[in-house]
Design a protein around this ligand. Sequence first.
Ligand SMILES: Cc1ncc(COP(=O)(O)O)c(C=O)c1O
Length: 424
Amino acid sequence: MCEPEPYRIKVVEPLPRTTRRTRLKVLEQAGYNPFLIPARYVTLDLISDSGTGAMTEQQWAAMVRAREDFAGPATFDEFVAQARSITGFPYVQPVHQGRSAENILFRILLKRGQTVFANTHFETTRGNIEALGCRAVDLPSHDPEPPFLGNIDLQRLEARVARQKRAGLIILTLTSNIKGGQPVSLENIARTRRIARRHKIPLVLDASRFADNAYLIKENSTSKQSVRSICRRMFRCADIIYLSSKKDGLVNIGGFIAIRDKRLYETLRSEIIRQEGYPTSGGLAARDVAAMTLGLSDALDEDFLRVHIDRIRSLARMLRQNGVEVFEPAGGHAAVIFPANDSRYAAFALSARIYLEAGIRTGVFEESVRIAVPRRVYTRDHLEYVADRIGRAYRRERQGKRLRLKLAYRPAEFFNFFARFRTG
Ligand SMILES: Cc1ncc(COP(=O)(O)O)c(C=O)c1O
């Protein structure tokens, strides 16, 4: 018997329904790329867990109550107090989302020609580093011990920073975005910090999925520590953290940067004025900051984390029972499945087939299909249906009734977001 969702539903949003004929037309117009399908033609949308979660009644109420003042709104002080108590960092700066944190931070921390090492760089992290003329090098652990598949390879990191005169930063992405969100262990974070200290390189955490990471650490620990205290231990290792609040932070827009050093904060504040907005808003409306304050503490609710992660695992299990090849272990925010055959662009073909058969949208990343689960949005029944329909689509692709895709447009950058295909 599985545990029920720890909330009940007060506001409902009807799901769009489409015919197979419409979906075929939509797919053709979208160049068989799921990112290019208009959302109004999607019945169940599992393309991303980012900014797609449902907020609580308290968050909506706080948004209505928030006063929109240009400078010094109460919402800012409340947010800073909340973020300080959860992260332990003294200086906290809201921003409008994760990638603006990256852009602003890297501009003040990096110099052209420097190298940044990470367990894995998320696409926008890499994009913002490379845009400054720097190099982003992934050093995922080669021989990771489950469950900590997100760890950085400490030996390679040590060797590379010792050799590399121009190491600018070390970044740990928690959870690592590969394979649906794989956790990084506390020991790996602490040892990375030691290397960073020894070589005088700042350690930055991209903590967009900090609560998933802490929960997965807790699950594999014998101690009875709370997720909140594990988060504090993770954050204690870092010089700087930033995050997109659109994931674990349980809001539709927002993010923040937290810093220990006063002078660096003052530099950051000026850059915020140039690029985001007045520092007490960080480019957000006061109402968004109010929602972020509550989302940040809701993120640590262990009943919610347990059920959310359990849903992803049971989705992976049901997919496997339906004959789908699934990455093991399932991550903290998504199940990842492998294409049903080895034809060119097979992951795009599988994602298109899933949409065609059932109106379910999935994402394509690194030659695999990612089924991300928005927080507090879909029920277990929805996910059971998803597993069943994906199983059917998978069998069709496997049985030779496959969609054969040819590349029709190759974008200069961000292939998975903008590529277009045709059949033939
Ligand atoms: C690990 C990670 N870092 C950074 C970002 C960028 O955040 P945002 O989408 O809020 O700009 C994302 C977005 O998905 C992410 O997954």
